[in-house]
Design a protein around this ligand. Structure first.
Ligand code: IVH
Length: 687
């Protein structure tokens, strides 16, 4: 049962507009299929392609007489390229129907139930929809004999040599319970940690960057030289059996179970559930976890678990009725770069920010994206007016990942770094070999003044409630506040003169300033805004020195002793306290009555003197949390492995650092052992 089993419908008179749109859509879709599958260089986001494709499917559904056998809808994927030997999939590799709302999902589930005539709750598997490349693996007598891409669903490409380099693909199955011929289907993907590490390395050597993990996986699998595939960090999750000889499993769950036993990788998050509500709960939960999984998922695949029911439901136009893809909001979209603005940060760093034609991506409308620095602009070869690919995942700042060169307008202009600071006109400096350009004016630059005041007042610093960005801007622009110490000299009358400030809010702000005088030493250090001194480092400094004189007088060597402080940070701290202006501000703050209790002498630091390195992804906590917990226990956390490293924590996707640790014979531990060590010391500490 394939493409031809559409319901015949009464022929309707040709509508020329529709016919034209259908033909235009087909041409467009063919163009993008070629860019994607043959050139590995897409011009639009996957979601945008999906939208074109769905539109064509809809039009063909409502105007069946317009369907032609060469329409792209009559194929599941793209033409296989001539670079690889052709394979024919004996059982076609199917596509999925999609839905993207609770309502649509509920309708799909109700249709399933009524078709099989079942009253109660159906059993489903819910599986992350891994965003990678569909692959078929054939095992003969337990030995991998062929790997193939899906291609158009029937005709794929033989990529046996390449899949053999993917370490998650067993070359021989475990045990002896598998059928003589077994076809395993699954998704080859690139874990995010590997993707980022690869791009960081490529950026250094000036190689072409991978656009996104999915494109990266596709491109890597279709290398003519398997050595190149082997050098890419690929992995695989298996999700179904195609050919399976005499093996007759009853359910999808049984297949996944058997796979695990044979050494095939099955996603950790797959579940078997009963009923529609449990499916929707899973869809919601996985979306919440989406950013922490360590690989891209673009939705959830829900499948009727029972194979007898699957057969009863059947397959229409290569889309099974027994499965559906619940799609998550796309994290990628294309839009137009309208301008680039240069922002001056707290430490004078000049950051180019892209002003974009607003676009809906990752569940929000985005009109700005960071461009990091000029090197990034050059690497992207970005011009004003360009069409660009924008990526937004979770709460991460949106990024411009690619320029669609073929859409560059004739009048596109290069982006140039201004010569002078946009806030204070001081000539911008860019030290040799550094990516970041800076305004060297320090706190005489109004932009830096504003940003450092905002930082000083922020929640994790002095936490001055009611002192928002707009207010800081006004205070600086009117010359009422030049540095943090001036804040404590403000009175209610002066505040009331500001825009949108009544006696009530002025009084509240005065109260908030008063309350912020009582703080902690760590917050105070953090609030000073010393370059490279984040909250964790500030806490380490506070516990180590315990009073301001000891800290401000400490030598670089003494600073270096502190957990989380290396030579660069030590010199930044020293420079900060050597600066006369800073000395004056700090003194005035103390005179204004800022005070804190002396931090208790650290009771014990079980990991004192140890240097740890974190690499790969952690599942139970973020890198920052892991680092904070180590620092609290007295360890230093370093960015690279050297002879003085005590231990390396390696999560999935760990690359060169783990290798270096092995070379140097430094103990490598996984996350489970790491958590055990943390727990042991932390409970001892509190007990
Ligand atoms: S089932 C029913 N399960 O999504 C047969 N597909 O259009 C269809 N995919 O490119 C496949 N994760 O490679 C299935 N757990 C999963 C999947 C999955 C990702 C991909 C698949 C194909 C697309 C389906």
């Amino acid at each position: 049962m394939t493409d031809t089993d559409r319901e015949p419908s009464a022929a309707e008179p040709g509508v020329p507009d529709v016919a034209r749109e259908v033909e235009e859509l087909r041409q467009l879709i063919r163009h993008h299929l070629h860019r994607y599958h043959v050139l590995d260089d897409p011009e639009i986001a996957d979601s945008e392609f999906d939208a074109l494709f769905s539109r064509l499917v809809d039009l063909e559904d409502t105007h069946p007489h317009l369907v032609t056998s060469d329409s792209p809808t009559q194929r599941v994927g793209a033409e296989p390229s001539a670079r690889f030997a052709a394979v024919v999939h004996e059982l076609p590799m199917l596509s999925l129907d999609k839905c993207d709302s609770h309502e649509e999902f509920i309708e799909w589930e109700a249709r399933c139930r009524s078709r099989v005539g079942y009253e109660g709750d159906l059993e489903f598997t819910c599986e992350p929809k891994i965003d990678g490349v569909a692959v078929s693996l054939i095992y003969q007598d337990g030995v991998l004999i062929r790997g193939a891409t899906r291609g158009d669903g029937t005709n794929g490409e033989d990529i046996t040599a390449n899949v053999r380099t993917v370490s998650a693909v067993p070359l021989r199955l475990l045990g002896d319970t598998w059928p003589a011929t077994l076809e395993v289907r699954g998704e080859v993907y690139m874990p995010l940690a590997g993707f980022r590490a690869f791009n960081e390395a490529a950026a250094k050597t000036g190689e072409r960057l991978l656009v996104n993990p999915r494109n990266a996986a596709a491109g890597s699998l279709r290398q003519l030289d398997p050595k190149l595939t082997a050098s890419r960090p690929l992995s695989m999750y298996c999700y179904s059996a195609g050919l399976r000889g005499a093996w007759e499993p009853d359910t999808q769950w049984q297949v996944l179970d058997a796979f695990r036993g044979w050494g095939l990788r099955v996603n950790e998050s797959v579940v078997r559930v009963l009923g529609v509500k449990a499916c929707l709960d899973y869809v919601r939960r996985l979306l919440e976890e989406r950013d922490t999984l360590g690989y891209d998922v673009d939705g959830v695949v829900v499948k009727v678990n029972d194979f007898a029911m699957q057969s009863a439901l059947g397959t229409v136009t290569r889309r099974p009725r027994w499965a559906v893809a619940y799609k998550y909001p796309a994290e990628e979209a294309t839009t137009v770069l309208k301008g680039v603005e240069f922002q001056v940060g707290r430490t004078g760093a000049i950051t180019p920010v892209a002003r974009l034609e607003p676009v809906f991506v990752g569940g929000a409308t985005v009109s700005n994206a960071t461009l990091h620095n000029m090197d990034e602009i050059e690497r992207l070869d970005l011009c004003l007016g360009d069409t660009v690919m924008v990526h937004r995942a979770g709460d991460v700042i949106p990024q411009v990942t690619k320029v669609i060169e073929s859409k560059r307008p004739g009048d596109a202009r290069r982006v140039v770094m201004p010569e002078r600071c946009p806030a204070c006109e001081t000539p911008i400096e860019r030290p040799e070999g550094e990516a970041v350009a800076r305004c060297p004016a320090g706190l005489t630059c109004p932009a830096q003044r504003k940003e450092s005041l905002k930082h000083f007042a922020s929640r994790l610093a002095m936490d001055i409630e009611g002192l928002g960005d707009k207010l800081v801007d006004q205070l600086v622009e009117r010359g009422m506040v030049k540095d943090p110490a001036d804040l404590y000299g403000l009175d209610a009358d002066a505040l009331e003169s500001l825009d949108r400030m009544g006696p009530k809010s002025a009084g509240n702000l005065i109260d908030a300033l008063g309350a912020s005088r009582h703080t902690t030493f760590a917050r105070f250090i953090y609030a000073l805004g010393i370059r490279e001194v984040g909250e964790t480092t500030a806490a380490g400094l506070a516990n180590h020195f315990r009073n301001l004189d000891a800290l401000s007088g400490a030598s670089e060597e003494a600073l270096n002793e502190v957990p989380d402080v290396g030579p660069i940070v030590a010199s930044r701290i020293r420079n900060f306290f050597d600066d006369e202006h800073n000395q004056r501000v700090v003194r005035r703050l103390v005179v204004q009555g800022i005070e804190w209790p002396t931090p208790a002498k650290p009771v014990r630091s079980p990991l004192a003197g140890e240097t740890w390195v974190l690499t790969g992804t952690l599942a139970a906590m973020t890198r920052n949390e892991a680092r904070a917990r180590l620092v609290k226990l007295g360890a230093k956390v370093a960015g690279s492995v050297s002879g003085s490293t005590t231990r390396v924590v390696a999560g999935p996707g760990a690359g060169s650092k783990a290798e270096r640790a092995k070379e140097l014979e430094i103990p490598l531990i996984d996350e489970t052992d790491f958590i055990a060590i943390l727990d042991r010391h932390e409970t001892k500490d509190s007990g």
